[in-house]
Design a binder for this molecule. Structure first.
Ligand code: IMP
Ligand code: MG
Length: 181
């Protein structure tokens, strides 16, 4: 695969991501076989991952999207996450599976979980393509399904951005220092 000139190294190839989505899709199909989960994608980073993942889920799913502001400037659980785009589905009594691109501190997701619980979700689980466990600042955010665990590195591609760019790369890569220095 052709490497973008701003990318230093391809960290996870497109083929690896697709294979991972096949595996995760099979597990979700099995674990939710008697339920119809609502997959809630957190915009905008979730888009490529969600699109690939749902192709490999063989049981029924509903999908919806939400955009929330990332950083609230505090570390407390307030449940007052700033919702930029809200769901169109009523999730009361539903099994929710939040789809995220990457979890670092976990602060955003903690807030989202509080919000969705308040709205009456029956169950809430998290799936993320990438987890950076070293960055975690909360203990409550434990994704049930993880594509890859990575160390504290800044990565872009397959939904992940740097200043809104590189989301369209079909792989996950590491930016050249010259791009942000
Ligand atoms: P947190 O878990 O609340 O710290 O927020 C995670 C969010 O920070 C992700 O949804 C991304 O928008 C952003 N983020 C964290 N690490 C990276 C990275 O390595 N590349 C691109 N975005 C990142
Ligand atoms: Mg995000």
């Amino acid at each position: 695969m052709l490497k973008h000139p701003d990318i230093d190294e391809i960290f996870i190839t497109h083929e690896q991501i697709v294979t991972k989505c096949e595996e995760l899709g099979a597990i979700i199909s099995s674990e939710y076989r008697n339920r119809i989960p609502v997959l809630i994608g957190l915009l905008k980073g979730c888009v490529p991952f969600m699109a690939e993942l749902i192709k490999h889920i063989t049981s029924h799913v509903e999908i919806d999207f939400m955009d929330v502001s990332s950083y609230l400037g505090g570390t407390q659980t307030t449940g007052k996450v700033h919702v930029l785009k809200d769901l169109s589905i009523d999730i009361r009594g539903k099994d929710v599976l939040i789809v995220d691109d990457i979890i670092d501190t976990g602060l955003t997701l903690q807030e989202v979980c509080v919000l969705l619980k308040d709205r009456g979700a029956k169950s809430i689980e998290i799936i993320t393509l990438i987890d950076k466990p070293e960055g975690r600042k909360v203990t409550t955010v434990v994704p049930r399904y993880v594509g890859y665990y990575i160390p504290k590195k800044f990565v872009v591609g397959f939904g992940l951005d740097y200043n809104e760019l590189y989301r369209n790369l079909p792989y996950i890569g590491i930016l050249k220092e010259s791009v942000y220095k």
